[in-house]
Ligand binder design. Sequence first.
Ligand SMILES: C[S@@+](CC[C@H](N)C(=O)[O-])C[C@H]1O[C@@H](n2cnc3c(N)ncnc32)[C@H](O)[C@@H]1O
Length: 301
Amino acid sequence: MSDHSAPAWRVGLKVPVAAMPAVEAALETLGGALAVGGADDHGMVPIEVYLAAPPRRAHLSALLAAAALAAGIEAPEFTIERLPALDWVAESHRALPALHAGPFFVHGAHVDEPPPPGAIPLRIEASAAFGTGHHESTRGCLMALGDLAAARRPVRRALDMGCGTGILAIAIAKLWRCPVVAVDSDADAVRLSAENARLNDVAEYLDVVQADGYGHRTVATGAPYDLIVANILAEPLCALAPDLRRHLAPDGVAVLSGLLTDQAMQVSACQAPLKTVARVPLGDWVTLVLAADAHAPAPGR
Ligand SMILES: C[S@@+](CC[C@H](N)C(=O)[O-])C[C@H]1O[C@@H](n2cnc3c(N)ncnc32)[C@H](O)[C@@H]1O
């Protein structure tokens, strides 16, 4: 049997809709393809993850326990099922088609389709870090960044807090050709962001560092930032709000994502005195654009 027709594994579980952000973010780190169904009558959402290699049960339990704790629910039960042999490479490529998000054309190396004229290509492969662009929270950020650039918002220095694959930092570098500090607490994400910056020919603009939040000298040295983007779930967004305000330029703008629509008011309130000037809703998720001056030119959406 060749590697191209290896057996695959499916992880299945159900979680309450409010716990989806934390659980999805945890499962994305497994590097497989995620399929999320609609909520049933009890508000439970079915999630399946398709993986090329069997996940370690203990690792999965620990991941889900941490996500459940963050979401305030009981750790969900899950199943791991071995699927019949299939062409896994083709399957994973089918699960990760090229996508259009604002001015961007996000694709892996397997995509033959050329970028549409005028689109900005972002090459991102499926990996152990979150951020292929297929998740609504990432797509919302890409669309908000496109809107800000279209509104001619000047950005001389930017920060991507929780960079994952580096997709948003790379997008910013391509839009504004400015220095971007990209931060992640996860060593794999830091390595992949640096690698992806090279693949996308923007390594000269990115400074990728490993840190928990804003506690890194490079982050302090780069401040104040004209743009801070953070796609890291509602709770950490609120916890990091005072740091964000300290590092944002007075006329700067923040793009926040990783929140469900019904968490938007809470996250927006945490960022006061910053005000929400635009929203990008996608499915159950919403991306917020915030600025100190509510009358600042808002991106057109
Ligand atoms: C949902 S992913 C977003 C990845 C990418 N920016 C995107 O939009 O697709 C969140 C990332 O934030 C990182 N992260 C979470 N909390 C963090 C913290 N306190 N400090 C730094 N990174 C953090 C995680 O490791 C993960 O890579």
